[in-house]
Each structure stands twice: as structure tokens, then as C-alpha cells.
Design a protein around this ligand. Structure first.
Ligand code: ATP
Length: 215
């Protein structure tokens, strides 16, 4: 279970994803949002079985280990294995319910790229997700920002800060046109994804011979 031993007394950010593999795009939005919103911690939550896409290329334990390697040198980042420990589909509503029991009424900020936000209404229990956390939506390069749930958009930062969840915030972050899909393609084609992923993740991929072209 994720814990840094210093109590849960202030705002927490959450970044869920397949992380197949984790890349600099994920790390950069996590840091920029953490600093802009003055969050105490950002938890990375690798999902085990994605409800909305095919089976990830790499097994859950290895995706978790790559995230752990990527966040190891940033004390405000933490990797949480709660979805890996749960059987079945990784529904965010279940994850947030579990977290709420663990941390109480602390404001939670769930980060979503604009592509993920577009699909949000078709998630399992989206209203429940929105009741349990705020959404922080980040523009992904080349993506239009969807106009969803206009009544839930936070009117001010203080508006969101004073509630455990229920508001949507749009944040601008450095635009990095990096995707895990592209990194997998590069490795398969024999190209190096260096500088798009942390060195520790690059080493992990090459040591475990991940994403290689099938012989
Ligand atoms: P894939 O290419 O396999 O779909 P991905 O790069 O989108 O993977 P995910 O693990 O699916 O990575 O993403 C987790 C979350 O991070 C999603 O909300 C996604 O929108 C967001 N995200 C990923 N990459 C970026 C990026 N470069 N900029 C902003 N948000 C991003």
C-alpha cells in the first residue's frame, strides 16, 4: 500500500494510466500540476486491466516497476499498486472509493489528458468518480479540448480547494507530444526512445527486452 509515513493532511494528486511505458509526458504534467496546485503528493496508479482498451503489451508488475523506477528520485511522487492488487477491470470509481476510506475528506485531484477526458462520460460510474475527486484536465498536443460538464467547471481555485471533489479544472502545462504508443513503435523499429523516457526506464526496457520486434 502507498504511504510515505507523513499522514494524509493535505491535497493529493492522482495520475492513473497504463504506463506501457511511463514517459516524460506523464512526469512533466505530474510535476507541473503538483507545483501549480501546491499538492503535497502525486500518486501514480498503474492500472492492471484497462476497461477501455486492449490488453497492455507489458505485464502489470513490469509496468509498475517502470513507474517505481521513474519516480524513485522525486520524494513528492509515489507509486500506488492498489489497482494491481485488485482482480478484474481497473475501475477508477473503485480506486477512489478505496482511497477515500484510507485518507478521508482530503481534496483529491485526478489528472486526465484531454484524450482521456473526451472518453470520460463512457467510464464506469463517471458521476461517482467526479463526486469523489476533482478532475484536472491537461491539453495534449493536437487534441481539441472537449467541452464536457460545463456546470462542473471550477469558477476559482479556492472553489476546488475547499471541497474534496466535484469540480473540473483546466490547466495548461508544457506541451510534450510524447505517447507510450510512439515509444513502443520506436523500440520495435530498433530506434532509441532516449530523452523521451527516464534513463532508469530505458535501462529497464533494455534489460527485460520489452517492446522488441517479435522474431
Ligand atoms: P498510449 O499511447 O499507450 O495510449 P499514453 O501515452 O496515452 O499511452 P497512458 O498511460 O495511457 O499514456 O496515459 C495516462 C494519462 O496521462 C492519461 O490521462 C493521458 O491522457 C495522460 N497523458 C499521457 N501522455 C501525455 C502527454 N504527453 N501530455 C499530457 N497528458 C498525457
Amino acid at each position: 500500500m502507498a504511504s510515505d509515513g507523513c499522514g494524509y493532511d493535505s491535497m493529493i494528486g492522482l495520475l492513473g494510466g497504463t504506463f506501457d511505458p511511463i514517459h516524460i509526458g506523464h512526469l512533466r504534467i505530474a510535476l507541473e500540476v503538483l507545483e501549480a496546485l501546491e499538492l503535497r503528493q502525486m500518486r501514480f496508479i498503474p492500472l492492471r486491466d484497462p476497461p477501455h482498451r486492449g490488453v497492455p503489451e507489458v505485464m502489470p508488475q513490469q509496468r509498475y516497476e517502470m513507474v517505481a523506477a521513474a519516480v524513485a528520485d522525486e520524494p513528492r511522487f509515489l507509486v500506488d499498486d492498489c489497482e494491481l492488487r485488485r482482480e478484474g477491470k481497473s475501475y477508477t470509481a473503485d480506486t477512489l472509493s478505496g482511497l477515500r476510506q484510507e485518507i478521508g475528506e482530503v481534496p483529491l485531484f485526478l489528472l486526465l489528458g484531454s484524450d482521456a477526458f473526451r472518453g470520460f462520460p463512457s467510464w464506469h460510474q463517471p458521476e461517482q468518480v467526479l463526486a469523489l475527486a476533482h478532475l484536472v484536465v491537461l491539453q495534449r498536443p493536437g487534441e481539441m479540448m472537449p467541452n464536457l460538464y460545463p456546470k462542473r467547471v471550477a469558477t476559482s481555485w479556492g472553489d476546488a480547494q475547499s471541497l474534496p471533489g466535484g469540480r473540473i479544472l483546466f490547466k495548461s502545462t508544457t506541451q510534450l507530444d510524447i505517447s507510450a504508443t510512439n515509444i513502443r513503435r520506436m523500440v520495435r523499429a530498433g530506434l532509441s526512445p532516449r530523452y523521451l523516457i527516464p534513463d532508469a526506464v530505458l535501462r529497464y526496457i533494455s534489460e527485460h527486452r520489452l517492446y522488441q520486434a517479435k522474431e
